[in-house]
Design a protein around this ligand. Structure first.
Ligand code: PGA
Length: 250
């Protein structure tokens, strides 16, 4: 009932030409694959080209971030209406790199989440604890706070398109993936919190992805866990062959 999502977060990699070339190489490797929803998240300058190159195919291109307003004097920002106008339908929100390096806050993630919903974008909201927070035994507290604030004043009807990505900060780009058991435990925490914010039915219907050093050799064990509904892949999503192997997990 929850169709898995395999998503590639390209971060600050790939020009438009490199993005289109990636897509041309990926398409034959995933031809006819309908088991999972396949998404890629190129940087803004490559997004329009990637949306055109994926048109009518089984992979969609989304944005890595956005502002919550439609327009205004906000140098350097991109609005939900601008994303919709180029055919973009997915947006990552609250990625830990935005939180860590660019001052993203839970409150702003909430504004962005509400704007995404109003405009018909599918938001993928990222939550996750740092190593210190985990070592201090605060994992549950942190991910619940991030979720609760992101979902402030969001009704269960509004949350129906919501996707969550649990990404422990200590696993991102480090090569040390969470074990399937650790990931599954955090996913249970996320789903329980979702149930208390938006009701049981929404919690049961919401896809929760795992992110953090997902690779072809660990994806199958992660996907074997009940509550893991897909993956948000960084480094390993940059090469078509590697990303395709992840899409074809067993
Ligand atoms: P990684 O990144 O797969 O390179 O660890 C994941 C992410 O940041 O979404």
């Amino acid at each position: 009932m929850r169709k898995p999502i395999i998503a590639g977060n390209w971060k600050m990699y790939k020009t438009p030409i490199e993005s289109v070339s990636f897509i041309e190489n990926l398409l034959p490797l995933i031809a006819g694959h309908e088991r999972d929803e396949i998404l890629i998240f190129p940087p803004f300058t490559s997004l329009a080209a990637a949306i055109i190159a994926t048109d009518d195919h089984n992979v969609r291109a989304g944005a890595q971030n956005m502002h919550w307003l439609n327009e205004g004097p906000y140098t350097g920002e991109i609005s939900p209406t601008m994303l919709m106008a180029i055919g973009c339908r997915h947006v990552l929100l609250g990625h830990s790199e935005q939180r860590l390096y660019f001052g993203e806050t839970d409150d702003r993630v909430n504004l962005k989440l509400k704007a995404a919903i109003i405009h018909g974008l599918t938001p993928i909201v990222c939550v996750g604890e740092t190593l210190t927070e985990r070592e201090d035994g605060r994992t549950e507290e942190i991910i619940c706070r991030q979720l609760r604030t992101a979902l402030n004043n969001v009704s269960s009807a509004e949350a129906r398109r919501l996707v969550i990505a649990y990404e422990p900060v200590w696993a991102i780009g480090t090569g040390s993936t969470a074990t399937p058991e650790i990931a599954a435990e955090a996913h249970r925490v996320v789903r329980n919190e979702l149930a208390s914010c938006c009701g049981e039915r929404t919690a049961e219907a919401t896809r929760i992805l795992y992110g953090g050093s997902v690779k072809p050799d660990n994806i199958s064990d992660l996907m074997a866990e009940d509550g893991i509904d897909g993956a948000l892949v960084g480094g390993a999503s940059l090469v078509p062959e590697t990303f395709a192997k992840i899409v074809h997990y067993t």
